[in-house]
Design a binder for this molecule. Structure first.
Ligand code: FAD
Length: 106
């Protein structure tokens, strides 16, 4: 299986990029697609311990798919949960869009 760190870094890039391109006002079907994606992702992610903890997180914090900003912040919270577990610094979730959509100013 791929290296857990390389897999993680590229997967967060994919997930935050999905948040960044998610509509500001998604339709019902876009919302249900995203919810299905997150749930299926949590079953298929090829780091099994990671996936199991992520499923536990999903049970505690229901994915918020009502808008781009809602989902971006929810995902940031999920990523911070892993950061805490690994002893990495927490990310300021008010800055998720700057990091993943609009780009840093400097
Ligand atoms: P990463 O954590 O990969 O982050 C990449 C970039 O995202 C950072 O440089 C930063 O710019 C930005 N960022 C950081 N935090 C946030 C945030 N909260 N919101 C938005 N952007 C942010 N590894 C394990 O060892 N054990 C696990 O149980 C585990 N579970 C994982 C579960 C999932 C769902 C995923 C996707 C990955 C998991 N990983 C796990 C991998 C781990 O999260 C990291 O990806 C890996 O350790 C590499 O870390 P990194 O320091 O390169 O930065």
């Amino acid at each position: 299986p791929p290296d857990v760190e390389v897999l993680g870094r590229s997967t967060w890039t994919l997930l935050h990029s999905i948040a960044a391109t998610y509509p500001e006002t998604p339709s019902r079907s876009q919302q249900s697609d995203l919810l299905s994606f997150v749930r299926l992702f949590s079953k298929l992610y090829p780091c099994w311990v990671c996936a199991e903890d992520f499923r536990t997180y999903l049970g505690r914090e229901v994915p918020r798919v009502g808008s781009r900003d809602e989902f971006g912040k929810w995902l940031c919270g999920a990523h911070n949960d892993v950061n805490r577990k690994l002893g990495k610094p927490e990310f300021d979730c008010s800055k998720w869009e700057q990091r993943w959509r609009t780009g840093w100013e400097d």
